[in-house]
Design a protein around this ligand. Sequence first.
Ligand SMILES: Cc1cc2nc3c(=O)[nH]c(=O)nc-3n(C[C@H](O)[C@H](O)[C@H](O)COP(=O)(O)OP(=O)(O)OC[C@H]3O[C@@H](n4cnc5c(N)ncnc54)[C@H](O)[C@@H]3O)c2cc1C
Length: 459
Amino acid sequence: MEKQMLINRLKEVVGSDYVLHSDMDRTLYSYDASLMKGKPDVVVIPNSTEEVSKVVRLAYQEKIPVIGRGSGTNLSGGTVAVKGGIVIHFSRMKRILEIDLPNRTVTVEPGIITLDLQNLLLKQGFVYAPDPASQKVSTLGGNFGENSGGPHCLKYGVTTNHVLGAELVLYDGSVVWTGGKSQDNPGYDLTGLLVGSEGTLGIVTKIMLKLIPSPEAVKTMLAIYDSITDASNTVSAIIAEGIVPATLEMMDNLVLKAVEESVHAGYPVDAAAVLIIELDGMADGMDRQAEKIMEICRRYKVREIRLAKSDAERADLWAGRKGAFGAVSRLRPSYLVCDGTVPRTKLPEVLSQVLEVGKKYNLPIGNVFHAGDGNLHPLILFDERNQEELERVHKVAAEILKICTDAGGTISGEHGIGTEKLKEMSLIFSETDLDFMRQIKKAFDPYDLWNPGKVIPPI
Ligand SMILES: Cc1cc2nc3c(=O)[nH]c(=O)nc-3n(C[C@H](O)[C@H](O)[C@H](O)COP(=O)(O)OP(=O)(O)OC[C@H]3O[C@@H](n4cnc5c(N)ncnc54)[C@H](O)[C@@H]3O)c2cc1C
């Protein structure tokens, strides 16, 4: 089908205002928060499952790739149209369809912003727990696609642990439901397979999520260290003691300085590292747990521990952490966020190896990460306009992921594979593993039209 005819047909489905195809539009949709670029042929903004289904059916008839897109904040090239095609942007499909408090579920459309949903639920005394630091702008569809984590996922688990079911548009435009409100659904766990599949197996148009009651009490501490190793050892020691805080986040000196200049959260700019430690749950016993944590911090030579005394102080501590990625962009024009996971006991040695790689390639690296999960996010700072630096930055990222896998870890904690880590898949999967994944992909997508070029490396 000619491009103009395709555009006309899409306009009939979603309305002319919701089909974008100028060069400017295509450029605006050609990137996400990774370093990848690729222009789609056309962008559609549907308003219902029915419209999505019709768009997908048309794409299937014409064998055109389809890429789902929330806010495009993913960090691995997941929404970049590397083979052109139709981007389906979910910004109009952001309704809350049902809040079922007795059954503790909420059903939403994929375009809803994560924090908007969380704020609304909080007013009713409930929490949707996964809280990516991008929650102000990320969507539930994107969280679903990436199986996102966040600071509170140490205690509560990542997105997949909170998704009960989904409405899925299949490759030919037909629509099915997976999962549901019961705890254990018969048949294959398709919902489990879909969460984190980065839009390569289908597109979800409704998502059913689990709710938990909001905690009775919260305590947030900032532990300040003169050595990264002491901070890292504190992390392992807290968990070994049988305490699982809601969060255990770490920031190193480079990040602390950048955050302080930008967010003014009250962080110490001369510290080697800080931990943000948050406890939540029943008020009863929380003081005892906090005391135990402080004792462990002291065991590892903490310089100072500050306890947030008010909601405002607590909000400041979090504003700094959640604004950290943005803040480092003050230091260099570009940064690449690496995302690897290691057993938390390996944090001290892995962090020092990461900094060594930075020195070897002469690129500054800052660290801000989910330390409790052993999920590192080295931020490699560079200038994207400098081709030679760009090449170096990719080498640094590849070496860091190798360090993580050598330490018994893996190549992603939460940011997915996208296009950025295709090569690294072979660090953790054999050819037989990858072939098995290719067979699954083929069953969901016989013509390789769902977000092609992502997750599974080509043969
Ligand atoms: C500053 C910053 C901080 C971040 N912090 C975190 C963090 O703490 N934890 C974390 O996990 N991530 C984090 N991220 C990464 C990113 O925000 C998450 O991956 C987020 O879930 C992406 O949401 P999105 O709406 O932007 O999705 P997009 O980037 O638009 O899409 C992500 C993936 O989901 C697919 N997708 C989108 N909608 C659908 C749908 N309806 N059906 C099927 N597939 C779909 C897309 O095709 C793509 O593969 C951060 C990013 C930034 C820029």
